[in-house]
Structure formats: structure tokens, C-alpha cells
Design a protein around this ligand. Structure first.
Ligand code: SF4
Ligand code: SF4
Length: 75
């Protein structure tokens, strides 16, 4: 169980079990600064709901922990 429950309806979700301690790649990649490291868990999460669905956060994650939940209309 994750220490901090993540909402499932945000644009980008992070699998905390795959997120590597000390890594900030997805946080650094996001042009909107929508991702951040959680102060308690140290894992990346979406802290604001804004997202362009541009994808580098998921593409650059070394462990595939990031999922961009593309809305149906944009596919
Ligand atoms: S898809 Fe783009 S805007 Fe959305 S969280 Fe990832 S990098 Fe940021
Ligand atoms: S790129 Fe992947 S491993 Fe790195 S902070 Fe983001 S979710 Fe965690």
C-alpha cells in the first residue's frame, strides 16, 4: 500500500513502487512543473492537475513508473 493514496483521475500517475529514490527526471522534464517529489515519500507525484499530455515525463522515466492517462479525445 502506498503511504499516500494517489487519485486515479489525475492526468499522470506514478507507480511509487517503481519510482527510484533520488531521481528527479520526470519532475525536471515537465514544462508545466506539474510533477513534484512528495515531501513524505520522496516519490514523484502530480501535484497540480495541469498537463499538456506531451509525454517526456513518461518517456524519460528509467523504470517506466510514469503513466500519462491520455484522454480519449486526444488519442
Ligand atoms: S505529459 Fe507533459 S505536461 Fe503532462 S506531466 Fe508529463 S511532462 Fe508534464
Ligand atoms: S522519472 Fe521515474 S523514477 Fe524518476 S522521479 Fe520520475 S517517476 Fe520516479
Amino acid at each position: 500500500m502506498p503511504l499516500v493514496p494517489q487519485r486515479a483521475d489525475v492526468p499522470v500517475t506514478v507507480d511509487e513502487s517503481k519510482c527510484v529514490d533520488g531521481c528527479t527526471l520526470c519532475v525536471d522534464m515537465c514544462p508545466l512543473d506539474s510533477l513534484a517529489l512528495h515531501p513524505e515519500t520522496g516519490k514523484a507525484y502530480m501535484h497540480v492537475d495541469e498537463c499538456w499530455y506531451c509525454g517526456p515525463c513518461a518517456a524519460r522515466c528509467p523504470t517506466g513508473a510514469v503513466t500519462v492517462n491520455m484522454p480519449y479525445l486526444l488519442r
